[in-house]
Design a binder for this molecule. Structure first.
Ligand code: BGC
Length: 494
């Protein structure tokens, strides 16, 4: 019994299957492999369904990080929070994320990817219930941090698991499904918050409404938990544990018997040449992979995305919009983010990682420069919206998904868990720094007098230039290479 059986969930000819085939393309990178008549061929639908289940971890990542935006005002009134406590209530989850990633790295190499995903679903569930029922702010913060641990773990294990189970030809697209899920989670929770807030008066929202916002997370958490029991363990992790038969079964189910044998041989060969020690990451040959991973993770954050994800209404208000218009514009931002993630889904395995990142970061830099100028010259709100949307569109088709794709594929199998953890801890730490410093810059009188709110955007724009140069010079193209081929780029054979 390997796990999820696509045939029993969906009929072979259903429209969902047609859609999934579209997502996969006509083949999955097996063009050179022809299966003998009596050998079973793989099922791309199976791969996609397994990846979609894993990507629910991404949906919870988006849902959990964004739920706070709708609830924070009510929480503030309910518990009488001063600005410092309000900030802590909003950002304590990010500390949980850092803890979650650190634990998930070691655990996923020891226990397996699937078990850690199950664990993060349990954390989501506990946090959903705990943050819905706290009697005081301390209880709330404890349960919010527990949710953060789940987000941190899922932010790492979902893309890692997806990359390890997907064939090379569609790996980029499958990891991008995870980004699509993150962005969908953000948009869905925005609507859920909006819907809940509309169910009662201000007083009801302060007493009860916000509890439902956090509690609503239990539904996707339960769904993830239930479905995770039906997906297989990662074949690469199984091979590492000397469970080659099980690995072969999963690979055959995904790509057909012949492809599976080739893939298993390549995985075994790659593992035989790895030392397995985290210390090897600091050796000259491999040090560069770590530098690339960490730098990309940090650049994804310091180019400013979460300033828009967490503070969009505030930005629109400061630059001239009314409150309703600001909330509406925020929905537009979420929708554009989702739409352009779909564009990335179709292009990441065709155009490649590098061109997408270079084109996208260039567009992000230009949009931010223009946004800074619009703020500086105090131009009308329409221009602000256009430049913000330009920035979001460029992020969604480049750094948003592609950084996660690259992080999931550049490290050698045996240490992938721990190496990804180092990079993603840096990603969350950079997120924390940016989310904390933006309001400080945006409300600093000295800066406002000189730059009229344009200053932070020019800083992020300069960091986009750094990103373009860095990707151009240091990041190799990994499109259509198997994980083992990528590994060979770093580990020289004797
Ligand atoms: C980033 C998140 C961000 C999200 C927004 C992800 O790739 O890692 O920090 O909130 O994209 O779309």
């Amino acid at each position: 019994m390997i796990g999820l059986n696509s045939g029993c969930i969906l009929g072979e000819h259903s429209s969902v299957i047609w859609f999934l085939r579209g997502v996969c393309g006509q083949n999955m990178g097996y063009t050179t492999v022809t299966e003998p008549m009596n050998e079973p061929t793989g099922s791309m639908v199976y791969v996609v369904l397994v990846c979609v289940v894993a990507a629910l971890g991404g949906l919870l990542f988006g849902y959990d990080t964004a739920v706070i935006s709708g609830a924070i005002g009510f929480l503030q009134t309910r518990f009488n929070l001063d600005p410092a406590w309000t900030g802590w209530a909003a950002s304590c989850a990010l500390i949980g994320c850092i803890i979650g990633v650190s634990i998930a790295g070691i655990l996923s190499d020891r226990l397996g990817r699937k078990k850690v995903l199950i664990l993060s679903a349990v954390f989501f569930l506990v946090s959903a219930v705990g943050t819905a029922l706290p009697r005081n702010i301390t209880e709330f913060i404890i349960f919010r941090m527990i949710g953060g641990v789940g987000v941190g773990a899922a932010s790492m294990i979902s893309p890692l698991y997806i990359a390890e189970i997907s064939p090379a030809g569609i790996r980029g697209r499958m990891v991008t499904v995870n980004q699509f899920a993150i962005v969908s989670g953000i948009l869905v929770v925005y609507f859920v918050n909006f819907f809940i807030a509309g169910q009662g008066t201000e007083l009801w929202n302060v007493q009860i409404g916000w509890r439902w916002m956090f509690g609503s997370e239990a539904l996707p958490a339960l769904l993830l938990l239930f479905l995770l029991f039906r997906v297989p363990e990662s074949p690469r992790w199984l091979t590492k544990q000397q469970r080659a038969d099980e690995a072969l079964a999963v690979l055959s189910r995904a790509g057909g018997t012949r492809h599976a044998r080739q893939e298993l041989a390549a995985i075994e060969d790659a593992i035989a040449h790895e030392s397995g020690s985290i210390a090897q990451l600091f050796r000259p040959g491999l040090r560069i992979v770590l530098v690339i991973g960490v730098t990309l993770a940090v650049l994804q954050q310091v180019t400013g995305i979460n300033v828009f994800m967490y503070y969009a209404p505030e930005i629109f208000k400061k630059l001239g919009s009314g409150i309703n218009s600001a909330l509406f514009q925020t929905v537009v931002v979420g929708s554009v983010n989702l739409t352009f993630t779909v564009v990335a889904l179709w292009t990441v395995d065709r155009l490649g990682r590098k061109p997408l990142m270079i084109i996208g970061s260039t567009g992000m830099g230009i949009s931010l420069l223009a946004l800074g100028l619009a703020a500086f010259f105090q131009k009308a709100e329409l221009w602000v919206l256009i430049f913000v949307l330009g920035y979001i569109a460029c992020f969604a088709l480049s750094l948003g998904p592609v950084v996660w794709v690259v992080l999931a594929e550049i490290f050698p199998t045996r240490i992938r868990g721990r190496a990804m953890a180092i990079a993603i801890v840096c990603l969350w730490a950079a997120n924390f720094v940016i989310s904390q410093t933006f309001p400080m810059m945006n409300e600093n009188q000295w800066l406002i007098e000189r730059f009229h709110h344009g200053f932070p955007f020019w800083i992020y724009s300069a960091l986009c230039v750094v990103t373009v140069v860095f990707v151009w010079l240091f990041v190799p193209e990994t499109k259509r290479k198997t994980l083992e081929e990528i590994e060979k780029m770093w580990i020289p054979r004797r």
